[in-house]
Write a protein that binds this ligand. Structure first.
Ligand SMILES: [Zn+2]
Length: 347
């Protein structure tokens, strides 16, 4: 396990925490809803994205400079710095003090540096708790040091068995985690499609991936098939485009056995639900007794992948430099297209 300490005075700033993969919804915003903590207590994740001031608009960045930073299509702009901030649940911090005058959000704090080491006063990070953001503390990589500490080992097993994430929330809306995970994975599915139609199995895969692929790719006979592959689930043949789980601990994608399959990493909790959906009752219970064994929740609207995360990931794939994929990227960013798509009920 790890404790993070102030790089200035050495004071311990966190409880012992264990590293996990960055959740797919880390950069997804939740409109005006109050959101829970991004990470489970006792865990932390590293965000590779740069986040430091200054923000540089796209007009100030040359294409060669952007490519060196791993960005291959125009974006609004880029933050500076090397990335590598540490994210953790707010309850896992120790010995920090909030700098109240730097809380910048509309209801609370949206991410400006507002957290200081209580002992030496050095700014070490940001407490994020505004109304549309996931609750988190972000520690700056140059402001803290990692200290290895004794602690409980990982649970038994290889870590691939992730609890499944249900796709629909109790309120009837699609899970934020699903919107984020599918949005990010769609970028790589599009790149793997080669610009040709993709066959998607009926059911939840079609509801979440299929509708967007159908809208963005040409119509006609499918050339490649999208499907699942992963631990305990290896269809034969493996689909040409295989959605595989990311390891919950380190984010590494599972490797399919077939050389011909293109693996597309997907959040492990979402993958587990798709691969091993809960059994549904085959007969209806008598009237009056169904409340004790309700049918699975149905969403109140059609699924929409997170368009921001889809474009964010597409811009960072070298394949987006191909004209056909760049055209899809530009189309996703077109406001008129967004309005028209929303009015048609499709992404
Ligand atoms: Zn300090």
């Amino acid at each position: 396990m790890t404790v993070f300490a102030c790089a200035g005075c050495g004071a311990e700033l966190t409880a012992p925490v264990t590293e996990v993969a960055l959740p797919p919804h880390a950069h997804r915003e939740g409109a005006d809803r109050y959101l829970p903590p991004l990470l489970e207590p006792g865990t932390f994740a590293v965000d590779p994205e740069p986040f430091e001031q200054p923000w540089r608009p796209w007009s100030a960045i040359t294409p060669a400079e952007a490519a060196a930073l791993g960005v291959y299509a125009p974006v609004d702009g880029l933050w500076s710095g090397p990335g590598g901030a540490v994210l953790l649940a707010p309850g896992d911090t120790r010995g920090t003090a909030l700098i109240a005058e730097r809380c910048d959000g509309c209801c609370a704090s949206a991410g400006d540096p507002n957290l200081a080491c209580e002992r030496c006063g050095r700014t070490v990070g940001a407490r994020i708790d505004d109304c549309y953001l996931w609750q988190a503390v972000r520690l700056y990589p140059r402001a803290v040091r990692r200290l290895p500490v004794e602690g409980p080992a990982r649970p038994d097993g290889d870590g691939w068995t992730a609890p499944p994430a249900p796709p629909v929330e109790p309120g009837g809306w699609w899970s934020d985690r699903w919107s984020a995970a599918v949005g990010a994975a769609l970028a790589e599915v599009l790149a793997a499609s080669g610009g040709a139609p993709v066959a998607v199995p009926r059911g939840l895969l079609s509801e979440t991936f299929g509708r967007t692929l159908h809208r963005l790719l040409p119509t006609g006979d499918p050339v490649r098939t999208l499907g699942l592959a992963g631990p305990g689930f290896t269809p034969a043949p493996v689909p040409e485009i295989a959605l595989v789980p990311r390891h919950p601990w380190n984010g590494a994608p599972w490797q399919p056995p077939s050389d011909g399959a293109v693996p597309v990493p997907l959040d492990s909790a979402v993958w587990t639900y798709l691969a091993f959906p809960p059994l549904r009752p085959t007969t209806r219970l008598p009237a009056g007794e169904e409340r004790d064994d309700p049918l699975p929740l149905r969403p109140i609207r059609l699924f929409e992948p997170d368009r921001y995360l889809l474009r964010h990931r597409l811009a960072r794939l070298p394949a987006v430099r191909q004209p056909w994929l760049r055209a899809i990227y530009d189309r996703l960013g077109d406001r008129h297209h967004q309005y028209r798509a929303a009015s048609e009920g499709t992404p």
